[in-house]
Ligand binder design. Structure first.
Ligand code: AMP
Ligand code: ZN
Length: 495
């Protein structure tokens, strides 16, 4: 049995009952990173949001194929240069070396935030044949034209034939027809400013290039997602996601490409995440209003007073609904750190609570079961993580009251207690995927401290001051640290 979900469909601008194409199964495509520089914190927020959405869909009983691509070609800058090629030139590396370096960095960061790998992670450069085929299909149906070896989508014809260009981004046709958002060098080549490139003829210095029926060149940025989502999820699939900055032109053009090639809309539901801000303003490298994940973790930034662990940052992300903007401030992070600690300490203590619970159902059970259900139904309601988290904290308060004796253990049945325990662990560890990095953090600092103490003790032993060496060992034991002197040196462990 799957749970009934409501999703806010950006295409319709309203919440809708979610009906999958195939019962019990979901195909979901999310636009992945452009791997020409380090992943930034805004990207992390979006990918963490979709990770929780993916995890919740699985929790809700669906079999999910989650496809998230790697953009390693075809993302043009304002001056028409490919981002990958520019990255390569600046770093004096091969474009694929740049892509590899930042893909590895992206994966490391996704692991740091404890997100799951998608079911398929296709690369744009691995799907050139599929992209060329899609251009051929669009050309064959009359919605594209060739100019000087490049191929452009014919937007006015698409609109004239009654297709919905502008529906997703809410742009009116006049606006679209006058707007040029395609950062091409050869703007004049296009028949109309609103046309966009499907295939671009490579200039002499362009590093990434492939043969095609039209020229040696490379695909337009929007094409990869259309070609790869079709290949792995079909012409129409269930959910398409990305940050809301991608609505136009990227997602609008994906819709046009799919409809232009086969008359079908690519996705039934479009989900868009909102942006991450820093001190109330959009993050911007040029204005110095930016903070990298590494700076946030280490505290090495003028914007914060100290470092915050990855799970504290993740807990902070969970404070806002994925469709709301979220503002990073030092105060908000400090509050998140307190909340995260309170949550994890309560979850960790669950197993050590052994009370004389009632053996038969109680009135209090009903209240607890209601809160458990609420914490799940908030997720059914367009993945409302902050509301679900509020219900989780209500449960944590009950756990603490039981522990402190403010609620008598006999007021709660053992079945209800077990239910609450496994629910809390499931939702916190498996859906929100907050792992316990508090322990990892404290053992990291203990590592350094123990290294120092054992070095000092080794000096004492070298001086044959056995009394002091034993005193250090015994005091450590009293503090919960076992020290063992073996022939390969001294080791320690927590008792
Ligand atoms: P990019 O690598 O620039 O293509 O972006 C990867 C994903 O991160 C896309 O879904 C973007 O919409 C999203 N994204 C970019 N900037 C931000 C931000 N400041 N806050 C949240 N998501 C963002
Ligand atoms: Zn995309």
């Amino acid at each position: 049995m799957t749970r009934q979900l409501k999703l806010f469909n950006s295409l319709k601008r309203e919440k809708e009952e979610f009906i999958p194409i195939q019962e019990g199964k979901i195909g979901m495509y999310v636009c992945g990173p452009t791997v020409y520089s380090d992943v930034h914190l805004g990207n992390c927020r979006t990918f963490v949001s979709f990770d929780i959405i993916y995890r919740y869909l699985v929790y809700a009983g669906y079999k999910v194929r989650y496809v998230r691509n790697i953009t390693d070609v075809g993302h043009l800058l304002d001056d028409g240069e490919d981002r990958m090629s520019r990255g390569a030139r600046l770093d004096q590396l091969e474009p694929m070396e740049v892509a590899q370096r930042y893909t590895v960095g992206f994966h490391d960061m996704m692991r740091t935030f404890n997100t799951k790998a998608p079911s398929i992670e296709p690369r744009a450069t691995g799907h050139i044949i599929e992209q060329i085929k899609m251009v051929e299909d669009i050309l064959a149906r009359g919605y594209a034209y060739v100019k000087e070896g490049s191929v452009y989508f014919n937007t006015p014809k698409f609109i004239a034939d009654g297709y919905p260009y502008g529906e997703l981004s809410g742009r009116v046709i006049d606006e679209l027809l006058n707007e040029s958002r395609d950062n091409l060098k050869n703007q004049d080549e296009k028949n109309h400013p609103s046309d966009f490139a499907l295939w671009i003829k490579a200039s002499e210095e362009h590093l990434m290039r492939w043969s095609s029926p039209w020229s040696v060149g490379f695909p337009g940025w929007h094409l990869e997602c259309s070609a790869m989502s079709t290949k792995y999820l079909g012409e129409t699939f269930d959910i398409h996601g990305g940050g809301n900055d991608l609505k136009f032109p990227h997602h609008e053009n994906e819709i046009a490409q799919s409809m232009g090639s086969c008359s079908k809309a690519p996705a039934n539901y479009w989900l868009h995440t909102n942006m991450l801000l820093l001190n109330g303003k959009k993050m911007s490298k040029s204005e110095g209003n930016t903070i990298s994940p590494a700076e946030l973790f280490s505290g090495n930034s003028k914007h914060i007073t100290k470092g915050y662990s990855p799970m504290t940052v993740k807990f902070f992300f969970l404070q806002a609904h994925y469709r709301s903007p979220l503002d990073i401030t030092d105060e908000a992070l400090q509050a998140a750190e307190k909340g995260y600690k309170r949550l994890i300490e309560a979850i960790k203590a669950l197993d050590s609570i052994t009370l004389a619970f009632s053996l038969s159902p109680t009135i209090k059970d009903k209240e607890i079961l209601n809160i458990i259900e609420e914490s799940i139904s908030h997720m059914d309601d367009d993945f409302n993580v902050p509301n679900s988290l509020a219900s989780v904290f209500e449960l944590i308060s009950i756990v603490n009251s039981l522990k402190d004796g403010h609620i008598a253990a006999t007021d709660v049945s053992i079945d209800c207690w077990n239910n609450m325990k496994s629910h809390l662990t499931d939702i916190v560890y498996s859906v929100f995927a907050l792992n316990n990095d508090l322990e990892a953090e404290s053992s990291k600092s203990l590592d350094g401290l123990m290294k120092l103490i054992l070095e000092l003790r080794a000096d004492v032993r070298d001086r044959k001051d056995w009394l002091t060496a034993d005193k250090i060992r015994d005091s450590l034991k009293d503090a919960g640290v076992q020290v063992k002197d073996g022939k390969d040196g001294t080791t320690w462990s927590l008792i």
